[in-house]
Design a protein around this ligand. Structure first.
Ligand code: SF4
Ligand code: SF4
Length: 69
C-alpha cells in the first residue's frame, strides 16, 4: 500500500505533530511560508508513504488527507 498525502497548505499552523507520528519519517517543514506565515508540513519522499494515515488522525486542524493508491 502506498499513499498520496495532500495538505491544505494554508491551514497548517506548523505544530509539527504530524512529523512526530509518521513511522516513515518522511514529513518535514517546508522552507517556504504559507498564507498564515507558518512553515507548513510537507511530505519529502512520497514514494515511501504507506498510507497509514497516522498523520491525518493526529492533525488537530484536519489539514491532511491521505489517499490510498
Ligand atoms: S500516511 Fe503514514 S507514512 Fe504516510 S506521511 Fe502520513 S504518517 Fe507518514
Ligand atoms: S499536524 Fe496539521 S497543523 Fe500541525 S504541522 Fe502537521 S499538518 Fe500542520
Amino acid at each position: 500500500m502506498s499513499g498520496n498525502v495532500i495538505f491544505d497548505r494554508d491551514r497548517c499552523k506548523g505544530c509539527e505533530l504530524c512529523i512526530a507520528v509518521c513511522p516513515k519519517h518522511i514529513i518535514e517543514m517546508d522552507t517556504a511560508t504559507n498564507a498564515k506565515g507558518y512553515h507548513p508540513a510537507t511530505v519529502v519522499r512520497m514514494e515511501e508513504c504507506t498510507a497509514c494515515a497516522s498523520c491525518a488522525r493526529m492533525c488537530p486542524d484536519s489539514v491532511i488527507t491521505v489517499e490510498r493508491m
